[in-house]
Write a protein that binds this ligand. Sequence first.
Ligand SMILES: [Zn+2]
Length: 240
Amino acid sequence: MDVSEGMTEHAARARAQVAEGARRLYERRLVVATAGNVSVRVPDSNLLAITPSGVPYGGMTASDVALVRLPDGVQVDGAWAPSSELPLHRAIYAGRSDVFAIVHTHSRYATMLGITGRPLKPVHYAYGLLGDPVRTAPYVRYGTAALAEATLAALGTNGAVLLQNHGAVTVGGNLEGAFERAEMLEWLAELQIGAEALGPPLVLSEAEMAEARAALSGYGPEKRPGMTRAWHAGSGSWCR
Ligand SMILES: [Zn+2]
């Protein structure tokens, strides 16, 4: 195991966070069975902690979580093999030095948009927390390097991306930020689909979204006082 003394505490903490994240995915019904995955980059190291493949999420513990070395993806700790979407997580961490956590879901409404090829539209100003605009990565089989590449390309510098016929990926400077975006994405997708059933929704203009983004720029778990460290969790409201 190639983990130095100083890294051990950080790595243990990251694994505990991932286990908690897996339980949260399950409790909030953002995944079905063991689909979907969560990872956290271990600060000041070349390691990431990621949910294992095939372990029930409802009762996951830190020791179940796989510890993997970057960039080669060699597993250095954990009883179970890492998620089959490890290539996707590795690609995002390699391409986005600002990302410290990734949440991949098969959440119902976000996946419906990916199935129909319909984009997420700015039907609510909270869209500004996700990206500009939120794009959809083309379909590629799960677990492949090609999917990882397509996802990173469609994600760009945004906080969220839809995966055609698959699900969604959100990222953050900490796990709280990535989760908040996953839940926001799902809520916005549900709003849009529900509103479209009533009639064509009113979509915010570029100018309206630019103004909203400027107002939202100070918002987020990564921006709250005392949250400057990559993994400090927090909660708050984007509307107060
Ligand atoms: Zn998936």
